[in-house]
Design a protein around this ligand. Sequence first.
Ligand code: UDP
Length: 341
Amino acid sequence: MSLNDYKQRNPTYLITGGAGFIGSHLAEALLAKGCRVLVIDNLSTGSLENIRHLLDRPDFHFAYSDIANEMVLDRLASEADVIVHLAAAVGVKLVVENPVHTIQTNIMGTEKVLETAHRYQAKVVIASTSEVYGKGHSIPFREDDDVVLGPTSRNRWGYAASKMVDEFLALAYYHEKGLPVAIARLFNTVGPRQTGRYGMVIPRFVQQALRGEPLTVYGDGQQSRCFLHVEDAVRALIGLAESPEAIGEVFNVGSQQEISILDLAQQIIDRVGTQGDDRRSEIEVIPYGQAYAPGFEDMQRRFPDISKIEQYLGWKPTRSLDEILEDAIESFQTQNTVVIA
Ligand code: UDP
């Protein structure tokens, strides 16, 4: 087999943010396919625990570094055929509380990754977010919809705007410099290893229910979301990385199984409540201004049109909300057992 054949079959991936929730699942899936995986992560929201089981593998390499460290990024990118750029400030809570960090990390980080990828002509998959749809009302959200953001006085929209700049930059590198890029707009993604520390609703509710504490529903709970299992998200990212047709395109990656946050809370209470614990959580409704910051604006609905990625890759979500909740509850139960033991 020639070196080129080998590289085509066993490409080297660099995952920025590879010790994070999605990144660590992506690393596992790529290793299982026979790829070599390099990870760069500053462990700010990621965790060594997420990748500890991979550290001894010869086909896995972890660099504990910020993507702002150009020397480290350059060395890793020089070995990569594909870069999946996941390193970013994530989580509404984190984003609202640290706006400078959010905007700097997202915009400057992505610029560094694209510039470095261009030096080595590595393909780049950029993880964007459904936040870029902002306050749009045209359900379902389509990739070419107009974007409606709130005012600059609300930190949340700074996150959306920073991810929009990432998309503009990536597409600019494609059109102007010929860099092969594909963009994934990830909708709410859930699975084992996701932490509730940065505001994500399912890990928060599951942990609250397992502790018998009230489930904190923000607003009136009528806002709805569609939750995607991380394994489905990873399959989409790999599909985009492998598809020549995806280059220069933007894709929604999300589930279409919609649920209101109030119903979600009730379902989690019912599931955890039937697991033998006599403490049963209640629902506590908390105004947005108290949960985040005065004047906080939420998105009422977030429902993706996924016909584009289905058409390009044949991709569809495979895991139901039932399975997602089962997995989330089981993973937190296992963690608790380990801590107690
Ligand atoms: N949410 C909630 N209670 C929590 C955390 C979040 O009611 O403890 C709500 C949040 O206001 C939003 C939805 O759950 O309407 C999803 O929040 P998350 O931060 O997971 O993702 P988002 O879709 O806001 O990015």
